[in-house]
Design a protein around this ligand. Structure first.
Ligand SMILES: Nc1ncnc2c1ncn2[C@@H]1O[C@H](COP(=O)(O)OP(=O)(O)OP(=O)(O)O)[C@@H](O)[C@H]1O
Ligand SMILES: [Mg+2]
Length: 323
């Protein structure tokens, strides 16, 4: 059995040949809910129980459930994602939801910038990870990964480009929450070869929009807003009720979208320099490609991949299925 995992700062995307799951990368300590029977956990998040080899059992709210019910919910990951304890909780939860058997082969991604330095460590980490896991009260089941393959983010997504040219240079830009990865590849007779000097990561993503909105919220209400609450405001098109008063953040959100799209494309263009002129096609992936639709007009010949947020995980699965 094979499983692909794209454990991002904002969402975990995980795919097997038969199923897939997306979970917000938020973990909070479990606590008993008095209204627990009013909502079915399966469509509103996950209660995850983990029994480690030493017998210790821990329980968490993961994903939507953590966002709603958790006190102390946090976006989970720091720069060295897999060194954060939430990384393993999210990986184990996703594998259990997808009913992965022990010893599954896993493919995971790393930002291009950290690929060389962290790839071996992440591989060893995933291969050493194992526990018994239950989600939403189902049976504790052993999860472990027999073999781990680590792939640069963005390079995965490139496998999902529907119409790669037979020859020439292509560029994939994966706009994530915290990082935007860019991968330039040379296609020759259909074979794709990344050009490492033209691959890298830019530390700007959708998070930058959240920060602008949170800042505006603070200056117009006088109250700070946790970054974790910003998506709720954006999903309501910027119009919210706050202490009985209508507030409209739609203008700020639109301006931030335009500004951040420009900032990201400027940084990627600067990194490519005059080689940009030789790029035949530009593909956009990551959830940020949906949020920042104006990116397509900032690059010549740019296309958003189908289901851009899934593109890396889907590409990883293609890689592992070829093994
Ligand atoms: N259809 C959509 N419209 C608007 N925003 C979206 C859409 N789909 C996803 N997003 C947002 O895009 C952002 C980036 O999502 P994505 O899953 O690519 O990030 P990530 O992989 O977790 O982050 P990183 O790559 O930095 O670790 C998230 O804030 C997500 O909510
Ligand atoms: Mg990502």
């Amino acid at each position: 059995m094979h499983i692909a995992m794209d454990i991002g700062y904002s969402h975990v995307k995980s795919i097997t040949t038969s199923n897939r799951v997306i979970i917000p990368s938020v973990v909070a300590p479990f606590r008993k809910l008095s209204l627990v029977d009013l909502s079915s956990p399966s469509d509103s998040g996950h209660v995850v129980e983990i029994r480690r080899v030493d017998g210790t059992i821990s329980k968490y709210f993961v994903g939507e459930m953590a966002l709603r019910e958790g006190h102390g919910a946090s976006f989970s990951l720091d720069r060295e994602k897999h060194r954060h304890p939430n990384h393993d909780i999210l990986a184990l939860a996703a594998a259990r939801v997808l009913n992965t058997g022990p010893g599954a082969m896993v493919v995971a991604g790393l930002p291009v910038a950290y690929y060389r330095t962290q790839r071996e460590e992440l591989k060893n980490h995933l291969e050493g990870l194992h526990a018994e896991v239950s989600v939403n009260g189902n049976k504790l089941k052993r999860i472990s990964f027999g073999k781990a393959v680590v792939y640069p983010q963005g390079a995965g997504a490139l496998f999902m480009a529907p119409d790669l040219p037979q020859n020439g240079m292509v560029l994939l830009v994966d706009i994530g929450q915290k990082t935007t990865d860019y991968v330039t590849a040379e296609v020759a007779e259909g074979n794709v070869k990344p050009v490492s000097s033209l691959c890298g990561s830019v530390e700007t993503g959708v998070q930058a929009i959240y920060e602008i909105v949170a800042q505006e919220f603070l200056s117009s209400t006088g109250m700070p807003l946790a970054a974790i609450r910003v998506p709720e405001i954006i999903s309501q098109s910027g119009r919210i009720t706050y202490y009985g008063k209508e507030r409209d953040f739609s203008g700020v959100i639109n301006q931030a979208r335009t500004d951040i799209a420009l900032a990201i494309s400027d940084q990627v263009k600067a990194a490519l320099g005059d080689r940009l002129a030789f790029i035949k096609k530009v593909y956009l992936a990551g959830g940020g490609a949906e949020m920042l639709r104006s990116m397509t007009s900032l690059f010549p010949e740019a296309y958003v991949l189908p289901e851009p947020q899934w593109a890396n995980a889907a590409g990883f699965l293609k890689v592992v299925n070829a093994h």
